[in-house]
Design a protein around this ligand. Structure first.
Ligand code: MG
Length: 256
C-alpha cells in the first residue's frame, strides 16, 4: 500500500516558464499504473457448481426429492403431510396446510422449481395457487395463469398484491417452472422501526420478472402491507386449500 501511495503522490512539478511579471506554473501528474487500481486481498471464497444438478457447493439443499426432513407443517410443527413422488418432487396434499423450513433465514438466494396441476380444476386464483414466502411473510405467487385471467398484482410471479411481474414467463400448464430469487430482508432498529426496506429480485425460467423491487410489507389478501419488526424466519410454501395439485422440486438456498 505504501508503495502505491507514494507512487500516487509522485508528481512532477515543472516550472515551465517564469517571466518577470507573469509567472506560469504547470503541474503534471505521473500516469496511473495498472497495479495502482488492482486489489488482491481478501480473495472471495471458492464455490463450485455441480454441473449435473446446478447446485452451488455452499448451498443448503432444502429438498432433493428423497425426503422432507428440512420441513415441518406450519400450523402445528408436525411432520410434513405433502406427498413425496418418485420423480423427486413433492405435491401439496390438499388442506393439510402450509409447510415451512425448520431453519430460519434472513437474506437469501433461493432456487425452487414448481409445476401446476396437469388437470385444470378451477379458474382465477383457485387454479394451482401456491406461493413461496420469504421469512414467512412475503409471497412470490405461484399460479397457473395459462388462459386464466386474474388481477395482475396477484398473477404468477407477482409479489402478491404489491408488484406486478415485468412479463409472464410461465411454462405451459403442468410443466416445470423455476424461480431464482434474490431476497434482501428489511432491517428494523432496536425500537422496532423499519429503517431499511426489503428488496426482491425474481427470475422466472431465467427471465427477469421482478427487478430489485422494494417490499412494502407483508403480502396481505385483505388490507394493506404491515411492517411489524421481525428477525429471521422460515421459507414457507403455501397450501391454498383448493386442491391446487402444485408440485415442487430441487429447492436450495444460499444465505447472503
Ligand atoms: Mg398464493
Amino acid at each position: 500500500m505504501k508503495k502505491y501511495a507514494l507512487t500516487a503522490l509522485t508528481a512532477l512539478v515543472i516550472v515551465a516558464c517564469q517571466q518577470k511579471n507573469t509567472p506560469i506554473t504547470t503541474v503534471e501528474t505521473a500516469p496511473t499504473k495498472p497495479e495502482q487500481t488492482e486489489i488482491w486481498e481478501p480473495k472471495p471464497p471458492v464455490v463450485s457448481v455441480d454441473m449435473e444438478n446446478k447446485i452451488p457447493s455452499d448451498a443448503i439443499v432444502l429438498f432433493d426429492g428423497t425426503n422432507t426432513q428440512q420441513w415441518i407443517s406450519s400450523k402445528d410443527s408436525t411432520a410434513v403431510k405433502w406427498v413425496v413422488n418418485t420423480d423427486k418432487s413433492m405435491t401439496v396434499k390438499d388442506k393439510t396446510g402450509d409447510i415451512q423450513t425448520k431453519q430460519n433465514f434472513g437474506s437469501v438466494q433461493l432456487h425452487i422449481e414448481w409445476k401446476s396441476s396437469e388437470e385444470i380444476r378451477a379458474n382465477g386464483q383457485n387454479r394451482s395457487n401456491s406461493g413461496v414466502f420469504l421469512q414467512n411473510r412475503y409471497e412470490v405467487q405461484v399460479l397457473d395463469n395459462n388462459n386464466n385471467d386474474t388481477y395482475v398484482n396477484g398473477q404468477v410471479g407477482s409479489i402478491y398484491k404489491q408488484a406486478i411481474p415485468l412479463v409472464n414467463a410461465a411454462s405451459k400448464t403442468g410443466e416445470w417452472n423455476s424461480y431464482d430469487i434474490i431476497y434482501h430482508q428489511p432491517i428494523f432498529d432496536a425500537k422496532g422501526e423499519l429503517t431499511k426496506k426489503g428488496t426482491i429480485t425474481v427470475l422466472h425460467n431465467g427471465v427477469l420478472i421482478q427487478d430489485h423491487v422494494t417490499i412494502k410489507g407483508t403480502t396481505e389478501y385483505i388490507g394493506w402491507p404491515k411492517n411489524n419488526a421481525h428477525g429471521k424466519g422460515p421459507i414457507k410454501l403455501q397450501d391454498h386449500q383448493d386442491n391446487s395439485g402444485v408440485s415442487y422440486r430441487n429447492i436450495w438456498v444460499r444465505e447472503l
